[in-house]
Design a protein around this ligand. Structure first.
Ligand code: ADP
Length: 474
C-alpha cells in the first residue's frame, strides 16, 4: 500500500503541538508493518535546515495564486521515512512559526499558503502527478491540508482520501473573499461544501470531501458528534456515521523510556523503580523546591490554554499546598495564565515552581520527578502527557474526556473525575493523596501504568486496516 501523509508539522523537524508527534512517528510505524508511507511537508526554514541533503525532483506549476513550487525529495533525519518538501520560498521561508510571525500574529497570507500546500498534496495524489510514485491514498491532517480532499474530488480524481482531526478547535477559518484566493469554484461555497457559518473553513472542506474521517481517540470521535464538543461541526460529523472513527495515538517509546532517557539524571523502570525518587530529589533541587522524598509532587506540562483546564489547577493549588504537596509546572501560552502561575510561584517559594517556557528536557525531568500528574483538560482529543506519565510511573489525575478517558483507568492506573469543576478535581486530588499515603497501593498503581502498552504499532495496525477497507470500498 502506498500512502502520502500530508502534514504541516512533523517532529523532530517542526513542531507546535501533538500533530507533530503523530506525524513524526506514525509514518515510521506504518513502514514497519510494510506500508509505503511517505511524508509531505512545507519547506519551512527548520525543515530545509534539518534534513541536510534534499534533491529537486519536480516542479509544480499552476498552484493557487499562480504559485510555482519545487518539490524536493529527502528523508526524515531520525527514522529515514521518505519525505517530500514543498519548497516555495516566498510562502514558507520566513521568520516566526509555521502559522504566526515573531510577534504571534497569524501570517496574513495563511489562506494562500495552505491552499498551495493542499493543492500540491492533491496534485501528487492525482492522475496528473509528475512523480513516478503514485499514492493509493492521500492522508490529510488538520485544517492546513483540509482543502486537499476538496481539490481532489472537485477535479474528478478517484484517489481516496482520509482526513484526521487532531484538534477540532483549529478550523482554518477565512473570509468568503478568500474563496478566490484558494481557487475553489463558487458552487463549493455551500453548506454541502466548504462554507462554515458564512466563512470558508479549510477543516470543514476536509471533513466534507474526504472519504474517511478519523480522530485520535474513540471517545473524542463520539464527543465531536454532539454540540458540547462539536465546535459547530457536529451536524456534519454526526451525519457521516461509520465514516468517522477514533484511533488512539501511540507514544514514541524510544524517546519516552525512563530506563534509557538521556534527559534524566537517573534511570529507573517498573522492576527497579528506585531511580525515580532520586530524579525527584534532583528536580526539587533544580527547581528550588524544598527537598523531600516523601512530599507529594504534582507535575503539570501544558500549553497554557483554556482547553487545558489550568484555571481548575489554580483553584485547587492552595489546597494541594495545604496538604503538604508541591507543584512543578512547565508551560507557555496565554499571557493571563502565565502571569497567574508566575504569581502562584512567587507567593509560595519552595513549594511551587512555575517555569514559563518551552523546554523538552525539563518536560522529561518533570514526568520522571513528579509523583502525580495533573491534566484536567476541558476536552482532549488524545493527549500525550498522560501517556508519558503512565510510562514514567507518575500517576495521572484526568478529566473524563476524549483520549484521557480512553487511556487512564480510574483507581487502577490513575484518577478520573467526571465534571470539569474545581470541586470534582479536588475530590480526585484528595483520593490521590490518600492512595499516595498508602505506599503499597501507590506502588501497585505506578506499576500498572508503567506496564501498559501505548506503542505506535497498535495504532499503525488500526490505520492499516482502515486504509485496506477504504481501498476495498471507497
Ligand atoms: P496539545 O497537542 O494539545 O498541546 P498533547 O498532550 O497532545 O497536547 O501534546 C503536547 C506535547 O507538547 C507533548 O509532547 C508535551 O510534552 C509537549 N509540551 C507542551 N508544552 C510544553 C512545554 N512548555 N515544554 C516542553 N514540552 C511541552
Amino acid at each position: 500500500m502506498r500512502i502520502l501523509f500530508a502534514t504541516s508539522e512533523a517532529r523532530p523537524l517542526i513542531k507546535t503541538g501533538g500533530l507533530a508527534d503523530v506525524s513524526g512517528a506514525l509514518p515510521a510505524a506504518l513502514r514497519e508493518i510494510g506500508i509505503d508511507c511517505r511524508l509531505l511537508l512545507p519547506g519551512y526554514p527548520a525543515v530545509l535546515a534539518g534534513v541536510g541533503e534534499a534533491k529537486a525532483v519536480a516542479t509544480l506549476a499552476g498552484l493557487p495564486g499562480g504559485t510555482v513550487a519545487t518539490l524536493l525529495e529527502a528523508a526524515m533525519p531520525d527514522n529515514g521515512v521518505p519525505l517530500y518538501i514543498l519548497d516555495v520560498p516566498e510562502l514558507f521561508q520566513r521568520e516566526g512559526g509555521p502559522y504566526q510571525d515573531v510577534a504571534g500574529h497569524d501570517h496574513a497570507d495563511n489562506a494562500l499558503r495552505f491552499a498551495v500546500f493542499s493543492k500540491a498534496a492533491a496534485r501528487l495524489a492525482g492522475a496528473d502527478s509528475p512523480l513516478d510514485w503514485h499514492p493509493e491514498i492521500l492522508h490529510c491532517n488538520d485544517w492546513q491540508t483540509g482543502l486537499a480532499p476538496a481539490y481532489l474530488r472537485l477535479a474528478g480524481h478517484g484517489t481516496p482520501s482520509v482526513m484526521t482531526v487532531h484538534n477540532l478547535a483549529y478550523q482554518g477559518i477565512f473570509p468568503p473573499s478568500d474563496l478566490g484566493t484558494v481557487e475553489l469554484p463558487p458552487e463549493s461555497f455551500a453548506v454541502d461544501g466548504v462554507e462554515y457559518y458564512g466563512n470558508l473553513s479549510f477543516l470543514k472542506a476536509g471533513l466534507y470531501y474526504a472519504h474517511r474521517l478519523t480522530t485520535v481517540s474513540p471517545t473524542y470521535a463520539e464527543e465531536i458528534r454532539h454540540p458540547a464538543l462539536g465546535m459547530g461541526m457536529q451536524g456534519l460529523l454526526g451525519s457521516r456515521g461509520d465514516d468517522l472513527v477514533g484511533i488512539l495515538n501511540g507514544i514514541d517509546t524510544g524517546e519516552w523510556n525512563p530506563s534509557s532517557d538521556l534527559y534524566l539524571p537517573y534511570e529507573y523502570s517498573s522492576r527497579a523503580p528506585s531511580g525515580k525518587k532520586r530524579c525527584k530529589l534532583k528536580l526539587q533541587q533544580d527547581l528550588n523546591l524544598e527537598p523531600g522524598k516523601d512530599t507529594p509532587l504534582f507535575g503539570v506540562i501544558a500549553r497554557l490554554a483554556n482547553q487545558k483546564g489550568l484555571d481548575l489547577i489554580l483553584a485547587v493549588a492552595e489546597g494541594i499546598l495545604h496538604r503538604g504537596g508541591q507543584i512543578a509546572l512547565l508551560g507557555t501560552g496565554e499571557k493571563a495564565l502565565e502571569a497567574a502561575f508566575r504569581d502562584l510561584g512567587a507567593q509560595h517559594p519552595g513549594r511551587v515552581a512555575a517555569v514559563i517556557g518551552y523546554d523538552e528536557g525539563l518536560s522529561h525531568r518533570i514526568e520522571a520527578g513528579a509523583d502525580i500528574f495533573l491534566m484536567p483538560s476541558r476536552f482532549e482529543p488524545c493527549g500525550l502527557n498522560q501517556l508519558y506519565s503512565l510510562r514514567y510511573g507518575t500517576v495521572p489525575i484526568v478529566h473524563a474526556t476524549g483520549g484521557l478517558k480512553d487511556t487512564v483507568e480510574d483507581g487502577v492506573t490513575g484518577f478520573v473525575f467526571h465534571e470539569p469543576t474545581a470541586h470534582a478535581l479536588w475530590l480526585a486530588v484528595d483520593r490521590a493523596l490518600h492512595a499516595y499515603a498508602d505506599g503499597k497501593a501507590w506502588q501497585r498503581m505506578m506499576r500498572a501504568g508503567m506496564t501498559r502498552d501505548f506503542s505506535w504499532e497498535k495504532s499503525a495496525r488500526a490505520y492499516a486496516a482502515l486504509y485496506r477497507r477504504l481501498l476495498e470500498k471507497p
